[in-house]
Design a protein around this ligand. Structure first.
Ligand code: KIV
Ligand code: NA
Length: 266
């Protein structure tokens, strides 16, 4: 099967086919979701929270992103691979932004990179697009802005903020982004942005009108028992499955049932 490209993603918006995107951080998850036909796979800096156990995404490094990206790239047959640019990898200056975007493509195997922010990152989006690396924008609740936002809260509830978010989405499209993630904004505002833009919008906590949806794989599979925000739907109970498997193994080792003769060499 052929790898999807930016052209496939654009065609899906044109034809009204919803884009299904998920995060992945390693080879087995990437491979399994790819076999089920996921359209876009995001190596999110959410790896820091979902996999490394950090409280937020800010500590995630370029080296960590590249490591996870390479693993995911090896698992994909048809899915389009996007890598997040982690905090401090693009904000300082354009030269660093271009270098780090290039590393995610060259070393990580990504087909596109994602950058958080609106009007104030437009020049960065343009600089990366100008080196022929497709860029996905990300506006609304941007997790790297946690300290400014004072926590993870829905953005764009007031009129003034909503107008700014529409401007932000327009700015990243104008700068050359080929798609944009809308996170944590009212459904009506996401619908308005989606109707305004030519590029596909991919929502997370942004209602049903977006051109696509993205969620964190650990969240939809119920791998983390404690954390479940309103916008997540659980499609499986992996925590229970994993605990049952581990418990059975421990029991059998303790009881001397495992390994049996069939697992032993004569
Ligand atoms: O890091 C991440 O997982 C994201 C999302 C859009 C879910 O940026
Ligand atoms: Na992210």
């Amino acid at each position: 099967q052929k790898r999807k490209t930016v052209l496939d993603i654009q065609r899906m918006k044109a034809e009204g086919e919803k884009i299904a995107m998920l995060t992945a951080y390693d080879y087995p998850f990437a491979r399994l979701m790819d076999l089920e036909g996921v359209d876009m796979v995001l190596v999110g800096d959410s790896v820091g929270v979902a996999v490394a156990g950090y409280e937020h995404t800010l500590p995630v490094t370029m080296e960590e992103m590249i490591y996870h990206c390479r693993a995911v790239a090896r698992g994909l047959g048809q899915g389009f691979l996007v890598a997040d640019m982690p905090f401090l990898s693009y904000q300082v200056d354009l030269r660093e932004a271009r270098l780090n975007a290039g590393r995610l493509v060259k070393e990580g195997g990504a087909q596109a990179v994602k950058i958080e922010g609106g009007e104030h990152v437009a020049d960065i989006v343009r600089a990366i697009v100008n080196m022929d690396i497709p860029v996905v924008g990300h506006v609304g609740l941007t997790p790297q802005s946690i300290h400014r936002m004072g926590g993870y809260r829905v953005q764009g509830k007031q009129d003034q903020q909503a107008r700014q978010l529409l401007n932000d989405a327009r700015a990243v499209q104008q700068a050359g982004a080929f798609a944009v993630v809308l996170e944590g904004i009212p459904a009506a505002l996401a619908a308005q942005i989606t109707a305004t833009l030519d590029i596909p919008t991919i929502g997370i906590g942004a209602g049903a009108a977006c051109d696509g949806q993205v969620l964190v794989i650990h969240d939809i599979l119920g791998l983390c028992e404690k954390y479940s925000p309103r916008f997540v739907k659980r499609y499986a109970d992996a925590a229970t499955l994993i605990r049952q498997g581990v418990r059975s193994y421990i029991d059998e080792v303790k009881q001397g049932v495992f390994p049996g003769p069939e697992h032993s060499f004569s």
